[in-house]
Design a protein around this ligand. Sequence first.
Ligand code: CP
Ligand code: NVA
Length: 308
Amino acid sequence: MSLTSLKGRDLLSMADLSREELRSLLELAADLKSGRLTPRCEKTLGLVFSKASTRTRVSFSVAMFQLGGQVLDLNASVTQVGRGEPVQDTARVLDRYLDVVAIRTFEQQEVETFASYAQIPVINALTDWEHPCQILADLQTVEEAFGSLAGLTLTYVGDGNNVAHSLMLGCALAGMHVRVATPVDYQPHPKIVAQTEAIAQQNTEVLVTQDPQLAAKGAHVIYTDVWASMGQESEANSRIPIFQPYQVNDELVSLADPQAIVLHCLPAHREEEITNAVIEGPHSRVWDQAENRMHAQKALLAAVLGII
Ligand code: CP
Ligand code: NVA
């Protein structure tokens, strides 16, 4: 039921999913990963990307190939998008050719405008505001490690960015406690905090703090991301001293649950937001996490295309 409700739908924000839809997607992702289900289609996915990508581009492409479909790489630099063709026009044209589109861009408004002009499912493959596809894979990885999600504590340490935003919403949907530790001027947007609090059940913690040690205490998952995201490269050096106290290192991980796992959406800057020892260490699950992008997005594609 929850999967059929996703047919034809957009995923622009993590909050576009209900609890039941998220649960069904995670179950489908596990079934696809194990090979219990092998749905097939003859559909075409377009990737309209205006930012660099390794994992999202390749995992979406391979997922679509494994479903029997085709992928068109519609990088902004090789289409009229890069020359300024309005998103409203691009959306109405691509809608006539494609069956589903994944968009990676800067402004969240752009994916929303695209979606409002296209009938086909539109998937947010990262904007400055959110990165929902990443969080599907993250939750799959946490569930693999602990067997379930509800009641676990995830602590995100670093910049209150797109990944932090979708994580907060995703954890709340999954019934997880979520703590976010950032420098004072880099907190998640108040709209996301309010949305997370509205989704979270009464007994679920939503903590936004400047204290990484407090946030890490007893956590089951420690998560970080780069201190300067794509589009913020000019601030990268000036951010380093501000974010240094928020580095995920052995000392911080030692405060977490002894069985805690460490996640990073990648790409990582070793010795900045995460030490080499931690990313290569026994708590790290970052390679499983990267692999799960493919399974989770295959589940999402199968659901929105209605082939499951
Ligand atoms: N985590 C992630 O989205 O990676 P890419 O930027 O390589 O797609
Ligand atoms: N916050 C990072 C995530 C990259 C996958 C960025 O937007 O660059």
